[in-house]
Design a protein around this ligand. Structure first.
Ligand code: PMP
Length: 324
């Protein structure tokens, strides 16, 4: 679907996957006015195809659009388009456990124009691709480096948008961390490098004294859909849950005092990713003996059971897209 100033969104169409033609002067290539989403479709045991929290993802897409000065889209039109695409591609929704059909909506600015300004022309795409299980080699804890040199997003910046610029800003730190043997970095706030923000592609949770704590949304971290699910499920289980500022010192102190029980990330790709080791300023700590914590395992099992239709979806999170 395309957009032009004065005309609005128009020309919604479904075409076979292939190359696209774009001007070398297309504004997105130079000024980065772009946003995207990532969501998944699953085949349920009773042969339905469901997408996990599709409207939440599409509403976040519009929120990202707003932050990047991209025109708002009609969520119902996007949802209908997605449904049609899934109907066409439904045989591609993988059957085996943990696999899914990945859905990537994105918008780019297309005007051929050299000069920084808000663009007048855009195209929104939705591409789909089967993906294998995230934990192909088993569900196990990861080691994470607490970043102390680079920063990802500043207050008042783009951090809350799902925009390529945030990922570009994270590459150098991730490259260094990988060379040092870590899977991802844990970002601290850009101003003081003190308060915890999020992981490369996940939000982060700490279980301290049986309380589930995650950094409060502050404009510079992504409002994760899985994060929302974790908060809702933990609350529903009667656990104490808080969204607040939490410093890296507090986490290390809780560990020293034997009160840090679990650390885990949340995101569409992994659902839940237990963290077995943190390293901050060269100080490594091992969490829960580098084993999967009880809450991490329970959350992973329950949320994936909802996604794949093995338990009743009492939160109404799965949107049916097609029947087989
Ligand atoms: N933070 C960042 C920077 C991410 O890229 C992601 C993945 N989309 C998340 C958090 C988790 O968000 P969600 O649960 O919506 O996938």
């Amino acid at each position: 679907m395309d957009y032009a100033t004065g005309k609005g969104w128009h020309n919604a169409r479904i075409v076979p996957y292939g190359q696209i033609e774009i001007s070398p002067a297309a504004m997105v290539l130079h000024y980065g006015q772009a946003i995207f989403e990532g969501m998944k479709a699953f085949r349920t045991a009773d042969n339905r195809i469901v997408v996990y929290r599709p409207l939440d993802h599409l509403n976040r897409f519009n929120h990202s659009a707003d932050i990047l000065s991209i025109p708002q889209m009609d969520v119902n039109v996007l949802h209908d388009g997605l449904k049609k695409l899934i109907e066409i591609d439904k045989e591609w929704v993988p059957k085996s456990l943990g696999t899914s059909l990945y859905i990537r909506p994105f918008v780019i600015s297309t005007d051929p124009f050299v000069g920084v300004k808000v663009a007048d022309q855009y195209t929104v795409f939705i591409i789909l691709s089967p993906v294998g299980a995230y934990y192909a080699s088993g569900f196990k804890p990861v080691a994470i480096k607490v970043e102390e040199h680079f920063v990802r997003a500043v207050k008042g910046g783009l951090g809350e948008a799902k925009t390529p610029a945030n990922y570009a800003a994270s590459l150098k730190a991730a490259e260094v961390a990988k060379k040092e043997g870590y899977t991802q970095v844990l970002w601290l706030d850009a101003l003081e490098q003190k308060y915890i923000e999020e992981v490369g592609t996940m939000n982060i949770f700490f279980k301290i004294d049986n309380e589930i704590i995650t950094p409060a949304l502050n404009g510079s971290i992504l409002n994760g859909i899985t994060r929302r699910s974790v908060l809702a499920v933990a609350k529903d289980w009667g656990m104490k849950v808080s969204e607040r500022r939490i410093s890296i010192e507090e986490v290390y102190e809780a560990h020293e005092q034997g009160r840090l029980q679990e650390v885990f990330g949340s995101g569409t790709a992994a659902v839940i990713s237990p963290v077995g080791e943190l390293s901050w300023k060269g100080r490594k700590i091992t969490i829960n003996n580098n084993e999967i914590g009880e809450t991490s395992q329970k959350l992973f099992d329950y949320i994936t059971d909802i996604q794949q239709g093995r338990v009743a979806d009492k939160f109404g999170w799965t949107g049916e897209m097609a029947k087989l």
